[in-house]
Design a protein around this ligand. Sequence first.
Ligand SMILES: [Zn+2]
Ligand SMILES: [Zn+2]
Length: 269
Amino acid sequence: MHGTLTFLGTGTSMGVPTLGCPCAVCNSADTHDRRLRPSAVLRWNDEAAGGKSGVERVVVIDTGPDFRAQALRERITHVDAVFYTHGHADHILGLDDLRPLSFIAEKRGVPIPLYADAEAKKVLERTFEYTFSPDSTYLTRARVQLTDLKEKNMVHGVEFVRIPLLHGKQPISGFRFGNAAYLTDVSAIPETSFALLEGVEVLVLPALRHTPHPSHATLEQSVQWAHRIGAKQTWFTHIAHDLGHEETNRSLPKNTQLAHDGLSVAVTL
Ligand SMILES: [Zn+2]
Ligand SMILES: [Zn+2]
């Protein structure tokens, strides 16, 4: 089955331009240097579902604070599921903007499943208490269903495999689907996770900047991982304002490039 992976945002937690920053990248005229908070959407045509033309399936990975603007830009009109990598603000704060889409999902019969590991689930329940509490009196809360993230998770015939990763000391999740994998906010990839990435042809890795950070890989580290994993294409995301798009991509080999907001790549599911 053919699918499309689209980068909703490729910026680091603060976004680029970063508020109050006078640097060249934050003031760049190149639209590739404008990066919303990190998120991606996978879409495919579910031929097995009803009718001659099938049904479009839409799975979002992380709903950051820019989710509403991203969904408008990419014309996301329904969501079948959301997978959360972890519970930090830049990955979850757009959850409430799922509300109108969740009303559409509810009309179709089911609330939107939100796949999250135990840690991320705790943060979501705390942050959006008015959504998840059984005592909530907020009638127009999002129609969403927190769902335990397992090693393998099936959404309308597509398997999403959890890839265990480390973000500083915190265990977080990456995801593999078909010939593609989306890993963000990684500072270390456990040995056993490399086995889960075997045969990946479209790889997404984070590349914050050149200078080391306690919980994020540098561009150089990610280039090494890209080389080891050996995907046909590796796209970098979660990019800080230290890396200008054109200049950085000129310095990288053709099969490893910085992604940009709105970039779509074909995947096989
Ligand atoms: Zn992040
Ligand atoms: Zn800047």
